[in-house]
Design a protein. Structure first.
Length: 646
């Protein structure tokens, strides 16, 4: 439905109460689900109209659009994700607060269900999100209307007691009393190397530069078979691009009798030359061997420890936080290593001793393990795992590929053992399980600016994302098969893609590998686009930034005996829940809530695409806090939270 409820000259009146949710991916749907549940539990005194607005596809958004090919996969198993804030109820139809997980829905509503620990196609998750939206709409209480709008919001104006006016891409506009910005991944303006590559290609019709973004949106079908394609980055988007340029071109992976994977080309594939700073392909997720209802309960890096740390002065991540996190990883790694050799009583005594020790000081797990007759197994060093080649040099491409294969195959062995039996994968799963505790320590500038910028964003956040959020294991096996087929070349550590005007070509090279230099006609940026409100290419967000309605979060601190320090993170500055944006003058706009990816670096790990079934998470709490805020019919003169939390 696209008919506007307001002209360019009007703002909302008193009746009905109108809310606009901009962005219908998981964050927007989460807010909508909690809004409708609250309205069902407490019937509104006035009519309520909710506009769900999305430029790409209403019901699933940009990343989970349903028209993308089935070979583009999620990186979370289907049994671990849901968009209902409660489990399904026997005999009840799905409704806000009660509905199936992705795995349960897949099993009963779609074809080809391979089991709960399988990785669903992204398009299938998009269909599930549509199911969630349909269930929400079918449960709307009396006097509540939901309007779906596939439109681009170009400007957001107004504010205060009079409400807001949303100007849409077709020239119409709509009015709202409250607005939720859940816009997801942005398409940032290009700078630096990316801008240089694009400008170079723009003057040469035979070259192409493809900027960072979802692989489903990249013009990969236009790349000629047999052409040379450079790929920057070896993370999740790389695997998507790899699949699109092989399986998407008609090629096939087949299993040999000895368990090896082989690639049968179609003949239409480009030749891929990829690399990154480490030139290690993103490691695979460990096979999930944890029961669905099991959540790891930290013994050392506990909620109580987090509260003690928060009660003190500004924190240094490496000095004050990471040792406790590292000890938790060491504990889990040691337990996994000794799993088959110790009895339950001995394991319990060891865990209990670690917990008691942690009340007073950060425990040395190796010492405790030996005291309890266990073999210590310290967790692997994050830098060694993420950059296994260090400063090594390689005689040629074959030499590097041999070392790369050894690292990948070692990772696959650990991944096949799973996230319980493998000391490495079990320890890395700790980083995943305690994200919410880390968020409590790093959100809203609890770290010193230098530690926030250097240690957390520049080191830990990158290492954690690379080592913990990996693809299905099959992707690594496919990459090895493509290297063996000659279609994929990983150039080597510190890969760079530059320009050569004399040859009218892009150049990919790694100085760590002798002879690793190649001319390519296309460069694809397969890195995750940075979150930075200063570079956001959305007309609406750019306009809000220029007018000072939103601003980047600043971590500013003056130590007791030193000069003031600080930096801009790039994420939208917001208050604590329900996350109202802070203007350039530090004032909060109480009629707008900003949730999810636009606030990354103000808060951490805003990229989560759903919730874990059966557990109330920060994802649910965020959605409910925002839902409660936008449904409170107040004037701006009413009391508001005093803490604006920059």
């Amino acid at each position: 439905m696209s008919t506007s409820l307001a002209t360019h000259h009007t703002l909302p009146g008193d009746d009905p109460w109108t809310v606009a949710v901009i962005g219908s991916g998981p964050r927007g749907l989460g807010v909508l689900e909690r809004m409708v549940l609250r309205l069902a539990q407490s019937p509104p005194s006035v009519p309520v109209v909710i506009h769900l607005v999305d430029e790409v596809e209403v019901g699933c958004g940009r990343v989970w659009r349903t028209d993308q090919p089935a070979y583009l996969l999620m990186n979370t198993v289907a049994d671990e994700i849901s968009m209902f804030s409660g489990s399904p109820e026997p005999g009840e139809r799905s409704r806000p607060g009660a509905g199936p997980s992705l795995a349960q829905w897949w099993q009963h509503h779609a074809t080809g269900f391979p089991g709960p620990n399988s990785y669903a196609p992204r398009a299938l998750y998009g269909r599930y999100l549509h199911f969630v939206l349909d269930s929400i709409e079918a449960s709307l209480p009396d006097r509540v209307t939901l309007i779906r709008r596939q439109q681009r919001v170009t400007r957001l104006r107004g504010g205060g007691a009079k409400g807001y006016r949303l100007e849409l891409g077709d020239g119409s506009c709509l009015a709202a009393h409250r607005v939720v910005l859940a816009t997801g991944h942005a398409q940032p303006s290009l700078t630096g190397q990316s801008l240089d590559l694009r400008e170079f290609a723009s003057r040469r019709p035979h070259l192409r530069y493809v900027p960072a973004g979802p692989a489903a949106e990249m013009p990969l079908d236009e790349l000629p078979g047999g052409s040379a394609v450079g790929i920057i980055g070896l993370g999740l988007t790389f695997y998507d691009v790899m699949a699109a340029l092989t399986v998407g071109r008609g090629g096939q992976f087949t299993e040999t009798t000895d368990g090896e994977l082989r690639y049968r080309p179609s003949g239409d594939e480009p030749r891929m030359f990829a690399g990154s700073r480490s030139s290690l392909l993103m490691p695979g997720r460990g096979a999930n061997h944890k029961p669905l209802d099991q959540v790891y309960c930290p013994v050392i890096f506990t909620e109580q420890r987090v509260e003690l740390l928060k009660a003190g002065p500004r924190l240094d991540f490496v000095r004050d936080i990471f040792p406790w996190l590292r000890a938790e990883m060491d504990l889990v790694s040691t337990l996994a290593h000794n799993r088959l050799d110790v009895g339950l009583a001995q394991r319990k005594r060891f865990v209990c001793a670690a917990a008691i020790e942690a009340k007073h000081t950060c425990p040395d797990i190796a010492v405790l393990a030996e005291l309890h007759g266990l073999v210590p197994m310290p967790a692997p060093d994050l830098d060694t795992l993420a950059q296994p080649f260090g400063r090594r040099t390689f005689a040629d491409q074959e030499d590097f590929h041999r070392s790369l294969r050894e690292v990948i195959e070692a990772d696959l062995r650990e991944a096949n053992l799973g996230n319980v039996a493998s000391p490495r994968k079990a320890a890395l799963d700790v980083l995943r399980d305690v994200r919410w505790l880390i968020c409590a320590l790093v959100d809203f500038a609890t770290l010193t600016p230098s530690s926030h910028e250097r240690d957390f964003l520049g080191w830990y956040a990158q290492r954690s994302a690379f080592l913990v959020s990996g693809p299905p294991r099959i992707r690594l096996r496919q990459a090895i098969a493509l290297i063996d087929s000659g279609l994929l070349t990983v150039l080597g550590p510190d890969t760079r893609f530059t320009t050569d005007a004399t040859r009218d070509s892009f150049v990919g090279r790694s100085d760590s590998v002798e002879g690793a230099r190649v001319l390519v006609e296309t460069v694809i940026d397969a890195r995750v686009p940075p979150t930075d409100v200063r570079l956001d290419g959305s007309p609406m967000m750019a306009d809000l930034y220029v007018r000072g309605v939103i601003q980047p979060h600043r971590n500013i601190w003056k130590p007791p005996n030193g000069p003031e320090e600080g930096f801009e993170t790039g994420g939208v500055a917001v208050t604590h829940a329900p996350y109202h944006p802070l203007s350039a003058t530090g004032e909060a706009d109480w009629g707008i809530c900003v949730l999810g990816i636009p606030t990354e670096h103000t808060r951490w790990f805003m990229t989560v695409g759903g919730r874990r079934p059966g557990f109330w998470s920060q994802f649910d709490q965020d959605a409910d806090d925002v839902a409660k805020s936008v449904l409170v019919r107040t004037r701006v003169t009413d009391p508001v939270p005093a803490h604006a939390g920059q």
